[in-house]
Structures are given as C-alpha cells and as structure tokens.
Design a protein around this ligand. Structure first.
Ligand SMILES: Cc1cc2nc3c(=O)[nH]c(=O)nc-3n(C[C@H](O)[C@H](O)[C@H](O)COP(=O)(O)OP(=O)(O)OC[C@H]3O[C@@H](n4cnc5c(N)ncnc54)[C@H](O)[C@@H]3O)c2cc1C
Length: 400
C-alpha cells in the first residue's frame, strides 16, 4: 500500500451531493481538500431525483443546466376517485437525473481546486488527536479533518461514530426510459404524482423526466419486505402507468432522521461530530422523515459543515467543530421533529381514513396539501404548517 506524504486540511469521503458540496465550499475558501469516491462519475444512483424548489436558494443558478423538468403541478392520490391537484405559478419541484446532477457538482468542486481520486474505496479511518488517517484499498492519506459523506452505509459513521441508532427504510426505484408518448398526461404538463394508495405505510411517486419517468415506492417502516409487493401493486393499479413497460426496480435504503436523535439540544451532541470527524447528508441520517427527501439536506448540511470546519482550521481550535451540530439543530431540528410527527399520523392511519377524510373534507385537505407544497417551495416551514393545523383545530401552539 502506498502511503501519501501529502497532508491535507480536509479529506472528504464520498462524492454524492453532500461530499461534492463540502469539497466545493472548502476548496473555494482556499483549504487543501482531497475527495475520495469508490465509484467513477457519472454513475447511476437509485433515486427519484425530485428536488424541492427551495433548493434553488442554496445552489448556484447554473444548476438549471442539469434540470430535466420544472414541476408546477403535483397530483396527490388516495386510490379510486380520490385525487387532489395542486398547482402553483412558482415551481414546486425540479427534476434531475442523478448521474448528471452529481457529475455537475463534482465538476464544480474540481474547478474550485478539490483533488479528486475516484475508484478509491475507503476501508479504515483512524481518528487521532493529531490528525486523521484515511485508508483506501490502494493508499493511506493524512488530514486534519475527515468529512463522512459516504451515504447510508457510511464507513466513517461505522468507524468513528459507534453506538448511533437510526432508522433505515426500504425504497424501490425504476426508470421508464423515453418511450412515453408526448400526449401522456405527465409529459403534456410536467406533473409529479404522490400516491398514498401505493404503500401501506409510505407512498409511491411518479416523477417526470426529459426522456421518461422515474417511479418508485418507499415504505416508512423498517425491516419489512413490503416494498416489492407495494411496487407491483402500484404499477398494476395506477392508471397513469397503464400500458407502460416498467423495468424491474432497484432497491436502496433511506436513512431517515429519528425524532429521538435530532430532538432537543442534548441528544444532538456527538451525533454529527466526534474528534476530527464530521458526518453530512445520508451518512448523518439527515433525511426528511415524512417524504424521504435527502438531497436538499445533504447539500445544506455540507454547507453548514464547511462553515464550522473553516472556522476550526482558521483558529486551530477543535472545539469549533461542534458549531456544526448547533447549526444543524437550529436549521433542521424542529423541521425533522414536525415532519416525523406528521409521518406518524399520515402513515399510521389506515388508507380508508384518508379516503374518508378526502371525501368529507375536500377543501381542508386541498388547503393542507397546498401549504405542504409551500413547504417544498420554501415559503412555509414544517413548523409553521403544523402551527396552522393546530390553530385550525383550536389547539394551543408551541411556545415560541
Ligand atoms: C429509491 C430512492 C429514492 C429517492 N428519491 C429521492 C428524491 O426524489 N429526492 C431526494 O431529495 N432524495 C431522494 N432519495 C434520497 C437521496 O438519494 C439521498 O438522500 C442522497 O443521495 C444523499 O446524498 P449523499 O451525498 O449524502 O449520499 P450519496 O448520494 O449516497 O453519495 C455517497 C457517495 O459516497 C460514495 N461512497 C460510499 N461508500 C464509500 C466508501 N467506502 N469509500 C469511498 N466512497 C464511498 C458513493 O459511491 C457515493 O458516490 C431517494 C433515495 C432512494 C433510495
């Protein structure tokens, strides 16, 4: 094994949206950054590729060059005749293919000065007092800080953050390539479909892309084998998929944030920072527990991590790394808590209750769904949506 004599400020493990963003932010601030990925970009990633529109606020405008479709319409279905269409003059979501989107992020970090080594699988990390040693199958590298951006199966999390517990939910994804008629309702006006009928405790999605559709199901319960069954049911029963040849889906877990881990202040300590190691994105389980949206949080958590790492390196004070946990708690803490509560209610209720509620209170249902789309647009937060719901129910809101 070759031992590199270079000493980097930061080593980033994994070059998905989280790792590329962390590497970009630190390189552009002038730090020496080595980024390692076991794969070679562009590569396929099992993912719906749906980005909530608020992502435009945290990405540079040239991101639109990799957007496949801009979605102004979301159709929520509950099976049978129960369907609610939400439309907005402002974008609700952007659709990307992950190979192109991730490649775009990788190139941005390369242009900012990141040294990138691909096909380097990280196998071991020594998180010491004087620095970190990162071992791959071919080499060993040294740095002051390591950022774990290596996804749900993170080696950095396993080796530097033992004893963490989190929830991994199963999800399946299939891509229907460019055989969709241009008069298909999804292609005529790009529409995203969310079906609560598709999964017992989760949902199914159909996302429009430039040349085809991405579709899948997520079951928000750990350890079940249901997704395959749910996926089959979804493609057989969903009228929008009638007549389409749907390829076999691929599965991958989604590490959703647990309300316990990301609840109040004390439990945060040590969840995302230990010694000289930090976790961002899926490696830190920073995924919305209601929708399974992870890309926004992967990018945003990496921007926050880069801020804390840059302070730490400038002042040579390791304690400053802890600011990252505080920044994440302030920005995501109450959001994940409320999203978790909403998820428990929505996925805990039998589907017949949704159908019944949709039939008897269609206007209230439509209003809540509209507000939910405003959360995706960044006009509302989960917390403000929750407060509105409590107000309508004449329930006391949380104290500010
Ligand atoms: C079926 C499915 C559908 C989804 N749909 C959506 C959606 O529509 N919208 C959304 O926002 N989120 C969605 N998600 C979640 C989203 O995919 C993740 O939250 C997002 O990819 C997290 O980004 P990341 O950079 O943290 O990790 P990843 O994208 O997983 O990137 C990790 C990187 O680390 C590399 N790596 C891993 N291990 C090592 C190692 N040992 N050494 C070196 N490199 C390593 C990998 O090659 C990879 O490039 C979906 C997930 C699934 C499973």
């Amino acid at each position: 094994m070759a031992i590199s004599s270079d000493n980097y400020d930061v080593i980033v493990v994994g070059m998905g949206p989280a790792g590329s963003t962390a590497a970009f932010e630190l390189s552009r601030r002038g730090f020496s950054v080595l980024a390692l990925d076991k794969q070679v970009h562009p590569r396929y990633k099992v993912c719906g590729g749906g980005l909530s529109a608020r992502i435009a606020k945290i990405l540079s405008p040239d991101f639109f060059s990799v957007v496949e479709e801009t979605v102004h319409r979301v159709q929520f279905t509950y099976g049978g005749d129960q369907s609610f269409l939400i439309e907005s003059p402002d974008p609700i979501a952007y659709m990307v293919m992950r190979d192109k989107f991730d490649q775009w992020l990788v190139e941005k970090s390369r242009q900012a000065g990141t040294i990138i080594h691909e096909q380097q699988m990280v196998t071991k990390i020594q998180n010491g007092e004087a620095g970190v040693d990162v071992f791959t199958e071919q080499s060993c590298y040294h740095a002051q800080i390591v950022i774990g951006a290596d996804g749900v199966m993170s080696v950095v999390a396993q080796q530097c953050f033992s004893g963490r517990s989190f929830q991994k939910i199963p999800a399946l994804e299939s891509e229907v390539p460019g055989e969709i008629d241009s008069v298909h309702p999804f292609q005529e006006v790009p529409t995203a479909l969310i079906s609560l009928q598709a999964a017992k405790k989760g949902y199914g999605w159909i996302f429009p892309k430039k040349a085809g559709l991405s579709l899948g199901v997520g079951e928000f319960v750990e350890g079940t084998k249901r997704p395959k069954q749910s996926f089959r049911g979804f493609i057989n029963q969903e009228p929008m998929l009638a007549g389409l040849n749907v390829p076999k889906p691929l599965g991958f877990p989604i590490p959703i944030a647990s309300a316990k881990a990301y609840g109040d202040a004390p439990p945060w300590a040590g969840q995302l920072v230990r010694g000289r190691a930090l976790l961002v994105g899926d490696a830190g389980h920073l995924v919305d527990p209601l929708l399974g949206e992870g890309i926004y949080y992967a990018i945003r958590s990496s921007q926050l991590a880069a801020k804390a790492v840059s302070h730490m390196l400038k002042h040579s004070d390791l304690c400053l790394l802890r600011n990252y946990e505080t920044l994440v708690a302030n920005e995501f803490g109450s959001e994940f808590r409320v999203a978790g509560k909403l998820g428990k209610i929505i996925y805990g209720l039998p589907r017949s209750v949704h159908r019944w509620a949709g039939r008897w209170f269609p206007h209230a249902y439509q209003r809540v769904l509209f507000r939910y789309c405003e959360v995706l647009q960044g006009k509302e937060t989960y917390q403000s949506l929750w407060d509105r719901i409590l107000q309508r129910l004449h329930w006391p809101c949380r104290k500010k």
